[in-house]
Structure formats: C-alpha cells, structure tokens
Design a protein around this ligand. Structure first.
Ligand SMILES: C[S@@+](CC[C@H](N)C(=O)[O-])C[C@H]1O[C@@H](n2cnc3c(N)ncnc32)[C@H](O)[C@@H]1O
Length: 198
C-alpha cells in the first residue's frame, strides 16, 4: 500500500468551518483536500492501493487525524466542496473520544485522536520518506511501489522538531525537483513516479 501523510499545522481538527470560505475559516483544510484528490483519484476512479492521512493540528480539538483508504472509501469526489462537506461531517463526530486509535466514521474514512505519532504507530516497519526541497532527487531513489510512507508539509512546511523526529526514525529526505511546489502537486508527482516503476 502507498501511504501519504500530510501535516496540517493550522488545519482545523473540528467541523467548525464554513463551506463558503474554506481557506479563510479552516486553517487551510483546502490544501489537505486537494491532497486527498491527488493521492486517491485518477480520471476513472479511485486508487485502491493508496491511503492518505491528514494530520490536523489546528483548533481546540487538535490533534486529530483523518485516514482515507482508497480500498474502501466511498463518495470521494474530485471537487473540493463535496469533499469539504464530507470532512465536516467526519470531524463533527465524537467517535474518537471514547476509542483509542482509528475508528471508522464513514465507509473507508476513519478518525483518531492524536497526530503524527498515531500514524507512525500504524505504519511501523514501512519505509518512510520526508518530501522536501533540496533533498536527494526522487529519481535516484529505489522504492517498493507498494510499501512506502510519504510525509509532506502543508503551506507552512515542517516544523523542525517533527522533521528531526522523522529523520531519527530512519525517514529518507527526498525531493521532486528544484522548485518549492504546492503540496498536492508533490503528491501527484510521487504517485506518478510510483506508477512508472510498476
Ligand atoms: C508549499 S511547500 C512548503 C513551503 C514552506 N513555506 C516551507 O518553507 O517549508 C509544501 C510542502 O510540499 C513539499 N514540497 C514542496 N516542494 C517540494 C519539492 N521540490 N520536493 C519535495 N517536496 C516538496 C514539502 O513537503 C513541503 O512542506
């Protein structure tokens, strides 16, 4: 399974955002929703071999993590507004309050109390990669295209502590090119690199 992890440093961990002004009211959840599209959808459907984790670090309910699993997710659409509506419903759930780890709240969509540590726990043993500018070019890196965890920052990038934690766990820093790109574009490029190697 290919796994993407997006760290939303300001992304709201509750459903208290406005669908009419997602970027202005959600701590940039819109960035994360575009990553869901880029990770999971191709023109004719959903990638069954991909899981994406959105780590939400903003607001009073943070940290919380949403996991969308392409193998079983339903109603994942390419347009942002229906995706935001779905996420709002998921984040309005209290299912994670009385449950340790991920709990399913919609088909293929699970919610957990906690942040990156819960993802690292679940993906223990899989090779990890930190996506960042000025690192080794992805084209020179060997992958198992079915077992990798790719961690990305949002519009604010990584905080230094998180990056150091990932590297100390053996995560390899890789780059998709010389420019600093939007997170969803980086996800699309990584998927493409993996597709080409299958
Ligand atoms: C818009 S960038 C972050 C920019 C932020 N201002 C910073 O200085 O870190 C969003 C995320 O996309 C990823 N990214 C952007 N450009 C990249 C590149 N050329 N190679 C690999 N990852 C990249 C990184 O994970 C980054 O945290």
């Amino acid at each position: 399974v290919r796994r993407f992890v997006v760290l939303g440093r300001s992304a709201l961990a509750s459903g208290e955002f406005s669908l009419d002004d997602l970027p202005g009211t959600s701590g940039r959840l819109d960035v994360l929703l575009r990553c869901v599209r880029a990770a999971l959808l191709h023109s004719h459907g959903i990638r069954h071999d991909t899981v994406i984790y959105l780590v939400l670090e903003g607001g009073h309910r943070a940290p919380r993590t949403v996991r969308v699993d392409g193998a079983s997710a339903k109603f994942v659409r390419p347009d942002e507004r229906p995706l935001a509506t779905l996420l709002k419903k998921v984040l309005s759930s209290d299912a994670d309050e009385s449950h340790a780890g991920f709990v399913d709240v919609r088909p293929g969509i699970a919610l957990a109390k906690g942040g990156l540590e819960i993802v690292l726990e679940e993906t223990r043993g899989s090779p990890k990669y930190v996506l960042e500018e000025n690192a080794q070019d992805i084209r020179g890196v060997e992958f198992d295209s079915h077992d990798g965890v790719f961690v990305l920052g949002d519009h604010l990038g990584f905080d230094e502590r998180t990056r150091a934690q990932l590297v100390s766990l053996g995560a390899k820093a890789i780059s998709v090119g010389p420019l600093s790109l939007h997170t969803d574009d980086v996800v699309a490029i990584v998927q493409n690199e993996l597709d080409r190697r299958e």
